[in-house]
Design a protein around this ligand. Sequence first.
Ligand SMILES: Cc1cc2nc3c(=O)[nH]c(=O)nc-3n(C[C@H](O)[C@H](O)[C@H](O)COP(=O)(O)O)c2cc1C
Length: 384
Amino acid sequence: MVSLFDSQALNGTVFLKNRIVMAPMTRTRTSDGDVPNELMAIYYGQRASAGLIVTEATDVAPSSKGYALTPGIHTEAQQQGWRLVTDEVHRNDGTIFLQLWHVGRMAHPSLMPNGEAPWGVTEARAEHSDVFAHDTNGKLDFIRAGTPRRLETIEVEALVDTFSQSFANARRAGFDGVEIHGANGYLVDQFLNSALNTRTDRYGGGNVQDRTRFLVDVVDAAVRELGPGRVGVRLSPFGTYNSMPPDPLAEETLLYLCELLGSRGVAYLHLVYQLMPAGNMESSEFKERHIEQALLTKVRAAFPGAIIWCGGITSRESAQAALETRLVDLIAFGRPYIANPDLVERLQRGWPLAEALPSTFYTRHGEVGYTDFPTYSIEQPEGR
Ligand SMILES: Cc1cc2nc3c(=O)[nH]c(=O)nc-3n(C[C@H](O)[C@H](O)[C@H](O)COP(=O)(O)O)c2cc1C
């Protein structure tokens, strides 16, 4: 019987010491210039008993920025900052992948280079969703995403090169691999969604080859740069977070991608099954949406790599039950990892989990609600 605490090798390349993944989580703790720092190194280092850490989403270019204080990987200083993080995780015997994104339309001119419009697959705005940007008084706040400018075909092609550079930068910064953020309504997902993507060029939504082309081109670039065993992809089929319209062709797109990514030897598919209401995650109630087992069975048959399941799992029992379906290989925990740096040990020993404070998820709280959660102690069982 497979156990949460068994090891797993990703495509024979990256060894994971258990089946527990720390899900990517934006925590907005960077230093000036969107540079990762010592505090972030402590945070990730504390959580290195996970089989795999996936970092918070990281910008591939200045134009990909939708949220203030999120990190980048495109400058020398950012790469050096990330090196502090990867060294600390490796010192603690952990494995860490960098999650890379371009937010596309989920941005605001106040964060864009020269105050330009966000970059969009189309000109459709995320009408009901906020980003973390500067208001009219220059104060950082959650404000409505701006109206995007539709990217020209040649600009989309250039973005593939931008991603390619970021994969090389990730390697230089010491990461064990990368995760391409194709979920939650950001740029890749905007291309994949047939209801949103009304383009008619070779990246258009009208047929499955075209609407998956951007992601597949980016994956090919990652595989060239790092090898397939060091590349994962995150998807949220059926997700409506960030004002994404329901996509009637989501299943077709998902199964097509399983074939294509599988044929390239991609290490893992990271699936998020959540319907998240519009708005920022701090105030949102996450609602679970379990994929039908029948569809997951088809995904399993089409994709030979590992499958990570994420969303709403908060106990050893539910994680173990998910593994025992044999439809998934690894279980990712998001919010439980915020207050439980020793989540693996707590699950293993049946110790209770501490609760995080949503008000400290983001913004300039420094170590509060970030690195100040103790490991479990028998003497002080209630933790913090
Ligand atoms: C504070 C916070 C920040 C998040 N940031 C990201 C992110 O940067 N990239 C991403 O793919 N998902 C992000 N997510 C979603 C999580 O990775 C995960 O899918 C979600 O929290 C559901 O898992 P859970 O129920 O275990 O928390 C974030 C979630 C939270 C709570």
